[in-house]
Design a binder for this molecule. Structure first.
Ligand code: GDP
Length: 357
């Protein structure tokens, strides 16, 4: 037997040994996979309306695709599903990384599903383009929901601008609702502009906070607090309960300085523990009361109409921009004009006017 290098006295552990020769192919019998034929819009719609999550997932993949033939089918599916949509409670959930969003969504989700119904968990994560694939909505982060037969978890669409990613999530909501999902959670990381995008597609916006070192209100943007319909302080367990209560008091007094939001609903501040499952029914009771309140006073309907209007103009904006930039003839002209601007031969405004003409 050949003497193994690891048995020699000079061996220090980090040596690189010559490996074994690799076989020419891992599996010589493997046939190249044939591409699945594109499903028809009618077939997808039929499946979605029956609540078939396989076809729902396929349709969502088409929504997320940039290929024009995929988009054509996706748009047809969305249009046919629209009359069946709208009947869910759309709840946005935000919080900085580590706030406990996945842990909380897992327990909130189970709480919601306890009484029956179906839950879709979607995400908007504009950073996912950088991180190569989504971090939010990842199945492994919501262990219990991931195996629940009535839960559908879909990570954030990863391609494109925040506006594009958000639009896809909004379109996915339509399909989920048509498939009978009566609760939709939209998760986002509370660090950037994605909250505004989520806020523009949900009925209730929940902000998850942590009790910190006293200055709870520092570092969270006023704008996010103004958007919140409810603020919940997570990890109110063990030694942290007192601090969470203190944070709660601070948030409550800070909110008093804000004008009453257009909903007429004063945002509530609660403490809970996602990990130890403490205070979950109370959080859900607050959300139930909110829905009751805004359905009663008409704000629910108004907010949805405003959102529909927002998305119409948002889509026009992005479509105009896309058509402007995607024209191959214009691309060279744009580049040339840009050079003139950079060489100070043309003012930026004159350049823009020229290109727009
Ligand atoms: P996300 O980044 O917002 O999705 O946060 P995670 O749900 O991944 O939670 C971040 C960390 O906080 C994990 O280590 C969790 O176990 C922990 N965590 C989440 N909720 C609680 C809680 O209620 N109490 C305590 N003590 N820890 C929690």
């Amino acid at each position: 037997m050949e003497k193994h290098p690891e048995n020699s006295p000079e061996y220090v552990g980090l040596t690189v040994n010559a490996g074994v020769a690799q076989p020419p192919s891992v599996n010589p019998y493997l046939k190249p996979r044939r591409r699945q034929p594109l499903p028809s819009a009618a077939d997808l719609v039929e499946g979605i309306l029956k609540g078939d999550v396989t076809r729902l997932a396929r349709a969502v993949t088409l929504i997320e695709s940039v290929a024009p033939q995929h988009q054509a089918i996706a748009q047809e599916v969305i249009e046919k599903c629209l009359p069946y949509s709208g009947h869910s409670r759309r709840i946005g959930i935000t919080g900085v990384p580590g706030a406990g969003k996945s842990t909380s969504i897992d327990v909130f989700g189970l709480h919601v599903l306890k009484d029956g119904g179906k839950l879709a968990v979607l995400a908007i994560d504009p950073s996912s383009e950088r991180t190569q694939g989504s971090i939010l909505g990842d199945k492994t982060r919501m262990e219990k929901l991931a195996v629940h037969p009535n839960a559908f978890i879909r990570p954030s669409p990863s391609a494109g601008s925040l506006g594009g990613v958000a639009r896809k999530t909004r379109e996915t909501i339509v399909l989920c609702e048509a498939a009978g999902f009566d609760n939709v959670f939209v998760e986002t990381v509370g660090v950037g502009q994605s909250e505004t995008a989520v806020h523009s597609m949900v009925d209730f916006f929940l902000l998850i906070q942590l009790a910190g070192t006293g200055d709870e209100l520092q570092g969270i943007k006023r704008g996010i607090m103004e958007m919140a319909d409810g603020i919940v302080i997570n990890k109110a367990d063990g030694d942290n309960i007192e601090r969470a209560k203190l944070a709660q008091a601070q948030f409550r007094s800070a909110l008093r300085l804000f004008p009453t939001p257009p909903s007429g609903w004063t945002p509530e501040v609660l403490t809970y523990s996602g990990y130890f499952e403490l205070g979950i029914p109370e959080v859900w009771d607050m959300i139930d009361r909110y829905f009751h309140f805004v359905k009663e006073n008409g704000y629910f309907e108004r907010r949805r109409l405003n959102q529909a209007r927002y998305w119409m103009y948002e889509t026009i904006d992005s479509e105009l921009r896309r058509r402007f930039y995607d024209d191959p003839d214009r691309a060279s002209l744009i580049a040339e004009t840009e050079r003139k601007v950079l060489d100070n031969r043309l003012s930026p405004f004159a350049a823009a006017q020229l290109l727009l003409k």
